[in-house]
Design a binder for this molecule. Sequence first.
Ligand SMILES: [Zn+2]
Length: 58
Amino acid sequence: MFKITAICSVCSKKIEANEEVNVKLRYPVSKGITEIKAYLQNEGTITCMDCFNRKDDK
Ligand SMILES: [Zn+2]
């Protein structure tokens, strides 16, 4: 697994190891998968499942 510091973009909760999350991101154009860690931190919008499910309920 990737070791990244992830925080929910909605509630700012720290994402725990092995916690399921929703990540919204743009597909990398040309850098490929090798920089996915940096890419996730720079481009990814991480949402914990609590917030993700809450959003869905609306
Ligand atoms: Zn959240």
